[in-house]
Write a protein that binds this ligand. Structure first.
Ligand SMILES: Nc1ncnc2c1ncn2[C@@H]1O[C@H](COP(=O)(O)OP(=O)(O)O)[C@@H](O)[C@H]1O
Ligand SMILES: [Mg+2]
Length: 160
């Protein structure tokens, strides 16, 4: 199953992320892909807010640090693999521990390392026709991810 949403603004992309944050459960993983400037971090910021990271805490790309951690309703581990040399280096930054740490794990540029065979909700962001238009395609790898996606879909009619 895959779902496609069109976003017309940064705010709409954040709102989509927020929905995932609200219904996330411990162990949920979200894999974000798309070119530089696609809106991965924007979506991640929304997810963080939905999870309860306060508005005055900046949520930015962990491009150089590889990992940013946030405290919220559940711990949030935000990875960006853009500058990672090889998958082996993930051991040094505690990637596996985060995946199984009872929090929510977000991975920007997960597609650079297909050999990791990560399961989770996949969000692929591509530019649309206008400068502020983005197409977001959601799909699920694994049972847990399917359940998360389904919970988000059911929220659609109530709040956004
Ligand atoms: N619909 C949209 N959704 C997300 N970002 C958008 C949108 N339209 C314009 N933008 C802009 O695109 C940029 C996305 O940046 P960012 O989220 O850091 O991308 P990435 O993490 O994919 O490199 C921001 O400058 C944002 O303002
Ligand atoms: Mg980013």
């Amino acid at each position: 199953m895959s779902l496609t949403c069109l976003s017309q603004s940064e705010e709409q992309t954040e709102a989509l992320g927020r929905r995932f944050g609200r219904c996330a459960r411990p162990g949920d993983v979200l894999l974000l892909d798309g070119e530089l400037g696609a809106g991965k971090t924007c979506f991640a910021r929304g997810l963080a807010r939905g999870l309860g990271v306060p508005d005055d805490v900046p949520v930015t790309s962990p491009s150089y640090t590889l990992l940013n951690q946030y405290s919220a309703r559940l711990p949030l581990y935000h990875f960006d693999l853009y500058r990672l040399g090889e998958a082996d280096e993930l051991g040094e930054i505690g990637f596996e521990e985060c995946l199984h740490g009872g929090g929510v794990t977000l991975v920007e540029w997960s597609g650079r390392f297909p050999e990791l065979r990560l399961e989770g909700v996949c969000v692929d962001i591509v530019p649309g026709a206008g400068a502020s238009e983005r197409q977001l395609t959601f799909s699920a790898r694994g049972e847990r991810a399917r359940a998360w996606l389904e919970r988000c879909r059911q929220q659609e009619d109530t709040t956004s």
